[in-house]
Design a protein around this ligand. Sequence first.
Ligand SMILES: C[S@@+](CC[C@H](N)C(=O)[O-])C[C@H]1O[C@@H](n2cnc3c(N)ncnc32)[C@H](O)[C@@H]1O
Length: 292
Amino acid sequence: MVGASRGRQRPRPERRGATGLSDILAGQPTEEALLAELYDLEHDVIREDLVFYREWSRRADGAVIDLGCGSGRLFSPILGGGATRLVGVDGSPALLDRARTRIASDEVLADATAAGRLELVVGDVRNVHRHDRFALAILAGVIAHLDGPEDALRALEGARGLLEADGLVIVDLLGPGGLPPHDLPLSIDWERQMGDRRVVRRSRLVRHESPEGLRVDYATLTDLVEADGTIARLPAGFRLWYPSPGALVGLAEEAGLAVEATFGSHDLNPLDDGSERCIAVLRRARPDAGKG
Ligand SMILES: C[S@@+](CC[C@H](N)C(=O)[O-])C[C@H]1O[C@@H](n2cnc3c(N)ncnc32)[C@H](O)[C@@H]1O
């Protein structure tokens, strides 16, 4: 698990693209396909949320849109939960290419694609326009990658606009107890094998408390060690933003979303100041809610 050696999770990185679209890989000083492969190496080990998304997809009992889907880590549990249709949206074409590779190697995902039930779209979660509507919109690990409350509000309003009446949005990000309580000096996060290359990830993290939440400057150094001992070193830098649970709920309400439930973990523990995750299940409020 990322950063597990320090007892706190390192954030999942994202970097803003040159176009202004938040593309997790854009602007990195190397080829995007390689970075997308490294992204999967880092993220595919995260499995503790898969049952959660399977269950909420089952409950939603309809079409699902996975906003900021990355390489489609959540596609199997969403379709396995019975989603009638699944649309994955991400700002990174390289990660969507990885998603296509994942689909091609998975019979259920490949069949869903062939049947027109699984669709991938390059897009910005702050600005998704579609004619179809969804029973469930998922923003998993995405809000932290937007540039603060204004962008988060746009993403939440956008997600609301994609919902059927009574549809749900799930927002899922690191909680107060999952964030490092102090700056972290450069040190090793993990070492893993990628084909015949050894990958060593180091990172450094600087925190900035702000009224709207915690901002984090996150710098990584990824070494790819070849079998002959030569090293390719990939530096990257990311800016992340973590709203407090209260700030997130305030933004959701401003976006016309009512809080259905909050959780502090994917095992449904209550959300409090020590929670590893901050998960909000939000329901599309009816236009006349709160009037009269
Ligand atoms: C930490 S990853 C999470 C991926 C996936 N939801 C998961 O849980 O495995 C964040 C994803 O959000 C995407 N992303 C960040 N900002 C975005 C934006 N404004 N529009 C579209 N995608 C965005 C990144 O490209 C990346 O794939």
